[in-house]
Design a binder for this molecule. Sequence first.
Ligand SMILES: Nc1ncnc2c1ncn2[C@@H]1O[C@H](COP(=O)(O)OP(=O)(O)OP(=O)(O)O)[C@@H](O)[C@H]1O
Ligand SMILES: [Mg+2]
Length: 458
Amino acid sequence: MAKIVIIDDEPTMVEVISTLCRENGHIVSPFNSAEKALEELPGINPQVVIADIKMEKVTGFDVLQECRRTLPQTAVILITAYASVEKAVEAMKLGAYDFITKPFKIDELKFTVQRALDYQSAVRENVYLKKEVKNRYRFENIVGTSRAMTEVFNLINKVADTDSTILIQGESGTGKELVARALHFNSKRQNAPFVAVNCSALPENLLESELFGHKKGAFTGAFQDKIGLFEEAEGGTIFLDEVNSMALSLQTKLLRVLQERMIRRVGDTKTVPINVRVVAASNEQLQAKMRNGSFREDLYYRLAVIPMDLPSLRERTEDIPLLVNYFLQKNSTQTNTEPKKIEPDAIDTLGRYAWPGNVRELENSIERACALCEDGLIRVVDLPPHIQGRQSGPGGENNIIEMPIGLRLEEFIANEERAYIEQTLRHNNGSREKTASMLGISMATLYRKLELKSKQRA
Ligand SMILES: Nc1ncnc2c1ncn2[C@@H]1O[C@H](COP(=O)(O)OP(=O)(O)OP(=O)(O)O)[C@@H](O)[C@H]1O
Ligand SMILES: [Mg+2]
C-alpha cells in the first residue's frame, strides 16, 4: 500500500487512474489542478506522483521540478498525449522516474507504477541504511577518555580525510576494525564502499584472486571473469585485516599495487588503475615479523605511512567503567530491557583483570553477566569465573578461588606467569607466534618458558 498523487486537468483521466490505483490497494489523492496539488504535496509526502505534462499554467514539468526539490525520494511518472522522444528525454533528464503516453493500456500503467514503487522503496532503504551505518561508526561508538584513547581520536581526526595508507596495530579485540570504519566513514570517501578482507581467512592463491580478481580460465574453477575486492572498493576504502598473516609472495604483489596504484587480475596481462584508500591492521607487531624475515620491510614502510597503535585494555583500565556502562546500555537496547546495574565490587574486579582479549572480552563478559544476573544487578559472582579468579578475602562465594598460602614468592610468581601464558596461548588458539607477540617476549623466551613448564610438570 502506497500513497499516490494523481494530477491531470482532465477529470476523466484522473478518475480512470485513481480507480486503477485504488484497485491495487493504494491510497490515492486526486487533483484536477496542479497549483492545488503543489500546495498539498509536502503534507502528503507520496511515494509516487503521476502528472500530466500538458496542463494550463503549471505543467507536469513544473510538478516534477518541485518534487525533485522538495521531495527527492518521490518517484514522478509523467503522462503525455504527444508521444515524442524529446519530451521523454527531457522528462528523464529532469529526473522523472518514467513516462507513459496516452492512450495507455491498463497493464502498462500498473506495471510502471509497481516498478516505481519497488525502485522507490529501494531508494528509501538505501538512504536509511547509509544513515544507520554512519551512526554506527561515528566516533561516539569508540568509547574511551583515557589519554591513550584521546591520542587515537586525535589521530583519526587528523588523518581520516587524507588518502595516506594507515597501519593499525593492536592486540586482538582492541578495536582495530572499529577504527578502520571510523576512518572511512569520516572521510570524503564515506559514500563509496568500505570493503573489509581478512587476510588470514584464505589460502594464498585464493586470497590473491579475491583481492585482485581473475580472468576466466586463469585456474581450475575460474569459470568466468571476476573482479577483485580492490576494484569493488573503487573510490572507497579497502581494509586489509590481519595483514600480518599474508604470505611473502603475496606481500610482494601487494607492494607493487601500493606503489603503482594498479592491479592486475590473476591470469590477465593488462593492468587496471585503482583509486582506493588502504587501511591495514595487524594483531602482531610487524616490526618483530620483519626482523625474523616473515614480513617484507619495504611493504611495512608502504603500509605504515601513518602508523596507529591501539592501546590494550590493561593499559587503559580507567576506561573500564565507561566501557562497562556503554555495553550495559547496548545490551539493554538489544534485548529491549531496562539497563542492568553493576555493583562497585564487580567493577573493581573487572579493573584488576588482565584482559588478554581486550574490549571484545570485556563486551562478552558483560553480555554474559547481563544474562546471568538476578534482579537487574550484576554482582561479582555473575562474572566469568576466571575473571573473578584471583579474588580472596571475606565473603568469598562459590566461584571465588582462594589464593594459595605458604608458597615462596618466586614460586608464586612462576605459577601466575604460567597461568597467564597458558591463558594467552588458549586465546590465540595455540599460536605461539601470536602469544609471544602479545606478551611482548621473543619466541625464544616463550619456548624457554614453555619448556620449563613441561619440565616442571614432568
Ligand atoms: N573503544 C571501544 N569502544 C567500544 N567498543 C569497542 C571499542 N574497542 C573495541 N570495541 C568492541 O570490541 C569488539 C572488538 O572490536 P574489533 O573487532 O574492532 O577489534 P579488533 O582489534 O579488530 O580485533 P581482532 O584483532 O580480534 O580482529 C567489537 O564488538 C567492538 O565493537
Ligand atoms: Mg578485527
